[in-house]
Design a protein around this ligand. Structure first.
Ligand SMILES: [Zn+2]
Length: 293
């Protein structure tokens, strides 16, 4: 099970989310058959999106994070909702790169540094909320941290990790945490958080040691008495359907439909789950007829 916990420090200065997203990232890998570095890139982004999604308040609220860098795997896209359902896709799932200077999968090289991170929140209002910042490192966690600081003015620390088996390419471990400073936080809170972060091990190392998300929060913030709030399951789930795909086809407009009607069959593949939807010429002509009414 992918477990996400919410915690708050006893003094009310910190709000923390932590997650073990191993199964969700493996499910993503099964669907997209991503290469190792792409599993790490998309795995980190959907883990971040899962945490950011549960921060949304409304039942129907959704959040999209897009990293469009200059690297060969871009764009990397993740969509999440407040119920902990997450989906994503990557521009080129086959990218292979040598390990970086630290001996780690080169996520920054795959996504690329020149480009933008865009966050779109659909909160059921007339216009969605949209914010864009330049990619900071392309390693994802730093970019999410920068997004919160720049666009939401919420000092945040994000850490993410995905461990892939070098032989089988299976996802062994994945997870992350998000620490947010509440308005009650002061200089001392910040320095204690920084002190805690100085000596922490990577998230996947802590998961490998058998720590639960709750224990990771406690380990990362030893100076704070962390109180458990609640837990939620998060999972990889696509919500595509014939109705949605049909709507998208209608969205292509008359010219688009006319072009499709030249073919015997139009196949539409969902970016997020690879489900194939087939529309016969007859069906397309019917949509065209409705569109031109
Ligand atoms: Zn789908």
């Amino acid at each position: 099970m992918n477990e996400l916990v919410r915690m708050i420090s006893e003094d009310g200065t910190l709000y923390v989310l932590a997650v073990n997203s191993t199964e969700m990232v493996q499910e993503m890998q099964n669907i997209h058959q991503t290469s190792k570095v792409c599993s790490a890139a998309l795995g980190r982004l959907i883990t971040a999106a899962g945490m950011m999604g549960v921060l949304l308040k409304g039942d129907k609220d959704t959040l999209t994070i897009k990293m469009n860098g200059s690297g060969p795997a871009s764009p990397v896209v993740a969509v999440a909702n407040s119920k902990g359902q997450v989906k994503g896709y990557i521009g080129d799932r086959n990218v292979q790169l040598p390990l970086n200077a630290k001996g780690k999968l080169d996520v920054s090289g795959a996504i690329g540094k020149d480009g933008f991170l865009t966050v779109i929140k659909d909160l059921g209002l007339k216009e969605p909320y949209c914010a864009q910042i330049p990619v900071v490192s392309g390693e994802v966690a730093e970019d999410i941290t920068a997004y919160y600081f720049t666009s939401e003015q919420t000092p945040t620390v994000c850490a993410l990790g995905v461990l892939v088996d070098p032989e089988t390419e299976n996802v062994l471990l994945a997870g992350g945490f998000l620490i947010q400073l509440l308005p009650t936080a002061d200089e001392q809170t910040i320095s204690l958080v920084e002190k805690g972060l100085e000596n922490i091990k990577p998230v996947t190392t802590m998961l490998a040691e058998g720590l639960t998300p709750e224990q990771i929060c406690e380990k990362v913030l030893p100076e704070f008495n962390m109180q458990f709030l609640d837990r939620q399951e998060i999972s990889y789930k696509c919500d595509c359907s014939v109705e949605r795909v049909t709507k998208a086809l209608i969205g292509a407009g008359e010219d688009g439909l006319r072009e499709m009607a030249e073919d015997e069959n139009t196949e539409v593949v969902c970016h997020f789950c690879n489900t194939k939807y087939n529309f016969s010429r007859e069906k397309i002509l019917k949509l065209l007829k409705e569109a031109t009414k």
